[in-house]
Design a protein around this ligand. Structure first.
Ligand SMILES: NC(=O)c1ccc[n+]([C@@H]2O[C@H](COP(=O)([O-])OP(=O)(O)OC[C@H]3O[C@@H](n4cnc5c(N)ncnc54)[C@H](O)[C@@H]3O)[C@@H](O)[C@H]2O)c1
Length: 382
């Protein structure tokens, strides 16, 4: 045998050295990641993970199915750029778990799922359509265990493409039997959660004259402001979009403050409807309200901030429970859409929230901890 090949191949030439380094860099982390992936999945009490790749159209799709105990998993399809495969997997898995919790607290006959499609750079319209068509086949191959719908980066038109390949899709255009914009339902649900908080906190059945500060008057915040105005509440709003603020001033006589001043407003209720992680070490000590109840996802920067609000006597409406109106509405499409039925089910967010507030008082626990316990008793209890 030639001595040259008897040595490890990275010692032979610079090219082989480079190749050896590449092999190590390419394969080792992936193996290690796979081990971590199973641990991560176990920690989150998974569930199933499905992958689909199609190199020709640069499709890289993940469907995470967290829990099927209550019924087929439901959850949106996110189509954004990711820094790494780990980020995409983590996003899908974390969000699918969140959907299980949201569906369970809302007593929907569904489990939690989520899809992530890694958005390729320089995407053409034609490529986009092919991606969603193949994604539709992928969803169909799961046989109805996962029902997809819109999320960040996807549009109703994408769901229409998916609907050509599978029945397991919601959030299509109204012409295709879809339910349209979920924001008014989300806003209505938040209003019902605020009414429950007012009942619990002040023993009142109306919002007349109560002062609500709203952070973000975009899709949900605008409809929420409209509902609250019609119920006689006084409004202070903020946004980074000038037109959105002016609309609320004109239509509802709302006061305005600068975005960074919203935490200092002396209101009865603070309704975050813009960003996540806005309840944190810096903002909580500034709050002058009795109730925090709004649509934003992931409002607590960390779980411990729920305890911080409790210590200050501020009643917090757990975000995934109060903002479930959009999900309740879109889930209604599954059995044939009926807007009245969707509104009635969304209205029941009042009872869901009241039960959380009452148990939290009884057990002297943060409301977020109680919401999680209710869900976990349902999903994992004997
Ligand atoms: N749309 C739904 O049905 C729905 C359902 C559940 C949860 N949510 C959550 O509710 C929140 C709002 O959703 P949306 O659909 O209304 O989004 P949106 O983008 O339509 O509205 C957000 C608004 O917040 C404003 N904003 C951004 N940064 C701000 C800042 N620093 N200060 C003040 N305002 C700021 C934006 O200009 C925009 O008007 C998000 O967290 C979303 O995840 C929405």
């Amino acid at each position: 045998m030639c001595r040259r090949w008897a040595r490890p191949f990275e010692e032979v030439t610079p090219l082989c050295r480079r190749l050896a380094r590449l092999v190590k860099e390419t394969f080792r982390p992936r193996l290690e990641d796979a081990v971590d992936l199973f641990n991560y999945a176990s920690d989150l009490k998974y569930g199933e993970l499905h992958l689909k790749v199609d190199p020709q159209i640069e499709l890289r799709a993940i469907v995470a199915i967290h829990n099927l105990k209550r019924g087929p998993a439901i959850g949106g399809c996110r189509f954004i750029e990711y820094g790494s495969t780990d980020d995409a997997l983590q996003d899908a898995m974390r969000l699918a778990r969140g959907m299980s919790y949201k569906a369970a607290i809302s007593k929907l006959p569904h489990g939690g799922g989520k899809a992530v499609i890694v958005r390729p750079p320089n995407l053409s319209d034609e490529q986009r359509e092919r991606i969603f068509s193949v994604y539709g086949e992928f969803v169909d191959s799961l046989g109805g265990k996962y029902i997809t719908c819109e999320d960040s980066g996807t549009a109703v038109s994408d769901m229409d493409v998916v609907a050509e390949q599978t029945d397991h899709v919601l959030g299509t255009s109204t012409a295709e039997g879809g339910s349209g914009d979920p924001s008014p339902f989300t806003a209505f649900g938040v209003r019902r959660g605020i009414e429950a908080a007012v009942k619990h906190r002040y023993g009142r059945d109306d919002l007349d004259g109560l002062h609500v500060s709203v952070q973000g008057v975009g899709h949900v915040g605008y409809y929420l402001a409209k509902e609250l105005h019609e119920l006689g509440a006084k409004l202070t709003v903020t946004d980074v979009n000038e037109e959105a603020i002016e609309r609320c001033q004109d239509e509802f006589g709302a006061e305005r403050v600068a975005p960074e001043s919203i935490y200092d407003v002396d209101a009865d209720i603070f309704a975050p409807c813009a960003l996540g992680a806005i309840l944190n070490d810096e903002t909580i000590p500034r709050l002058k309200c009795d109730i925090v109840a709004g649509a934003s996802n992931n409002q607590l920067a960390e779980d411990r901030h729920g305890a911080m609000l409790l210590e200050r006597g501020i009643l917090y409406a757990p975000d995934y429970a109060i903002n479930a109106g959009g999900l309740i509405n879109v889930a209604e499409e599954y059995t044939g859409y009926d807007a009245d039925a969707a509104r009635e089910k969304t209205s029941a967010i009042f009872d869901t929230m009241l039960a959380i507030y009452e148990r939290a008082d009884k057990e002297n626990l943060p409301t977020g901890v109680v919401a999680d316990r209710i869900v976990e008793e349902e999903l994992y209890g004997e």
